[in-house]
Design a binder for this molecule. Structure first.
Ligand code: SF4
Length: 144
């Protein structure tokens, strides 16, 4: 952190341990099966994860306790295994394990889109795009 400030450096830090990421990163991109599902400033991401995978114990650690008002709280423990990255599922790659899955998720690959939120953040979810039921996200997207 000192070197970063002194020399104006940027680091790209790739890790599976979010406890480490939480301590050293300013901005975090969460990936599932090779796709970014959420991109947000560190504090916003850890305080209020918007994508079900970001809020799950798989990402936050088995000891992570869901917080009241956390839209992804019931996704804390994911069923099943990660599908093969060689043959990923159609539609949303997370749909085989997502507790909020509905028909559209199995057919459409959701884009990473900006939320109406401060600070700005991006999330990928068909459910949020439909904006009909916000079980996997508390914020609407910026554009219709
Ligand atoms: S698109 Fe569907 S399966 Fe994917 S995270 Fe959103 S609700 Fe879950």
């Amino acid at each position: 952190m000192d070197l970063q400030a002194e020399f104006g450096l940027s680091y790209l830090f790739i890790a599976h341990d979010l406890a480490v990421v939480e301590h050293i990163c300013h901005r975090v991109a969460v990936m599932y099966l090779g796709r970014i599902v959420e991109l947000a400033p560190r504090r916003a991401l850890f305080a209020h994860p918007q994508h079900p995978y970001t809020g799950s114990a798989a990402v936050r650690g088995a000891g992570a306790r869901p917080r009241p008002g956390d839209p992804a709280r019931s996704a804390s423990f994911l069923p099943g295994d990660v599908p093969s990255p060689i043959n990923p599922p159609a539609g949303c790659r997370f749909h085989t394990r997502c507790p909020y899955v509905f028909d559209r998720c199995r057919n459409e690959s959701p884009e990473l889109r900006e939320l109406l939120a401060r600070p700005p953040r991006r999330v990928s979810s068909a459910l949020m795009a439909a904006n009909a039921d916000r079980r996997c996200g508390a914020q609407p997207f910026a554009e219709a």
